[in-house]
Design a protein around this ligand. Structure first.
Ligand code: HMG
Ligand code: MG
Length: 297
């Protein structure tokens, strides 16, 4: 078990990408700035994907230009291809994330490309990033199940994670896109990947569709993972993953970690305030139980 956990806050990207009503650019900027004031060190700020595919994040360049970059905080952005990388770099990004899946069917729906074709698309991105001194994170989606294909063989998860790491991704985030995993399966999946990719280069990313995210995180912490993705207010979901719902709520994650004596550097009260502010902005109750409990005092 690590004694310190780095949280990758994905609310401004994964949290917002599935919102139907357009969130104003100024509110997206405020969200990132509020999050960076909580002590979070990594905030995925937006996504330079095709605006035809994800209209909500069409303002990625404006958002990125508008945020106040705090020293010591990194602001990765999602890029699907070289075009996205170039847009991100022009906007000033210094860290990007590429994404593919362990399921061929899902990857086709999400990026209009098979897994191997997507890896080929990333090769020039990684090459350019290396030359530009830009760090690249990699995501593998559908690691515990796919909404189109159903079961996903562990060997496919391992293969794709290994490929991303071998290409030069400094960290590979393992995503349970539709939140179907349960703790022992999550542990076994992580163990299988960690046999091929160093644990220090792995992160976990659980959606909470079935209420399993926190339990899955605990099982993975026990395996030694020290980087966990989550979204403030439990916002989010992938528009191309049928049945996907929100991410693990960052507030609930921080509450659990601090309760276990693990350090995050995050101020839970500030984070919960931000979660309630975001929920208000989106016109719904926060998806974080800790956020609700703190509000009730
Ligand atoms: P495509 O339609 O096959 O792309 O989409 P294309 O290369 O044929 O281009 C079509 C048009 O899009 C062209 O414009 C391009 O210029 C434009 P047109 O000539 O028609 O006017 N285009 C772009 N514009 C701006 N930025 C770009 C870009 N690329 C092309 N980067 C593509 C292929 C990959 C682009 C598309 O499928 C796409 O953007 N998909 C993204 C879907 C997405 O964002 N999904 C959610 C993120 S993944 C996720 O949530 C999972 C994760 O959280 C982990 C987990 O939970 O498992 C990470
Ligand atoms: Mg996700």
């Amino acid at each position: 078990m690590p004694d310190r956990v780095r949280i990758v806050e994905v609310g401004p990207r994964d949290g917002l990408q599935n919102e139907r009503a357009m969130v104003p650019t100024a509110a997206k900027i405020e969200l990132v700035d509020r999050l960076s004031a909580t002590g979070l060190q990594t905030i995925e700020a937006t996504s330079f994907v095709s605006p035809k595919w994800v209209p909500q994040l069409a303002d990625a360049a404006e958002v990125f230009a508008g945020i106040t970059r705090r020293p010591g905080v990194s602001y990765p952005v999602l890029v699907p291809n070289l075009q996205g990388y170039e847009r991100a770099l022009a906007a000033g990004a210094r860290e990007v994330a590429v994404f593919t899946a362990a399921s061929e069917a899902f990857n086709l729906k999400n990026t209009n490309a098979g897994i191997d074709a997507s890896l080929e698309r990333f090769a020039p991105v990684l090459e350019r990033a290396r030359a530009d001194g830009v760090r690249v994170r990699g995501y593998v989606s559908t690691v515990l199940g796919c909404p189109y294909q159903g079961e996903v063989p562990l060997a496919d998860v391992v293969r794709v994670a290994r490929a991303l790491h071998a290409m030069g991704c400094y960290e590979v985030s393992l995503g349970d896109t539709i939140g179907v995993g349960t703790p022992m399966r999550a542990r076994d999946m992580l163990r299988a990947v960690a046999a091929e990719v160093p644990m220090a280069a792995l992160a976990v990313h659980f959606h909470d569709t079935w209420g399993q995210a926190l339990a899955n995180v605990l099982a993975c912490l026990e395996e030694g993972v020290a980087v966990v993705d989550s979204a403030v207010a439990g916002a989010g979901g992938c528009p191309y993953a049928r049945g996907a719902s929100g991410n693990l709520a960052s507030e609930d994650l921080v509450y659990m970690l601090h309760g276990m004596g693990l350090h995050t550097g995050v101020d839970l009260d500030r984070l919960a305030d931000t979660g309630r502010w975001l929920a208000g902005l989106l016109g719904r109750e926060t998806g974080s139980k800790a956020g609700r409990a703190l509000a009730a005092g």
